[in-house]
Design a protein. Structure first.
Length: 58
C-alpha cells in the first residue's frame, strides 16, 4: 500500500470523488480561485456590508 503525506490529501479534498479514484490533479485556475479571488471576494463583501450600514445609518 502506498502512503501519502497529509498535506497532499487535505489540499485536494473533493467530496464527490471516491477513494478508489486516487488523488486528482488540481488545475492552476483552482489555485488562483482559492488563493486570490475568494479572499478578495470576501473583503469586497465586507466592504459592501459596511457601505450599506453606513448609508442606512446616516
Amino acid at each position: 500500500m502506498k502512503y501519502q503525506k497529509l498535506e497532499d490529501i487535505t489540499s485536494t479534498y473533493q467530496p464527490n470523488i471516491r477513494a478508489e479514484d486516487g488523488i486528482q490533479q488540481r488545475d492552476r485556475w483552482s489555485g488562483l480561485y482559492e488563493g486570490v479571488l475568494v479572499p478578495f471576494g470576501f473583503l469586497f463583501a465586507l466592504f459592501l456590508a459596511f457601505l450599506i450600514v453606513m448609508l442606512i445609518r446616516y
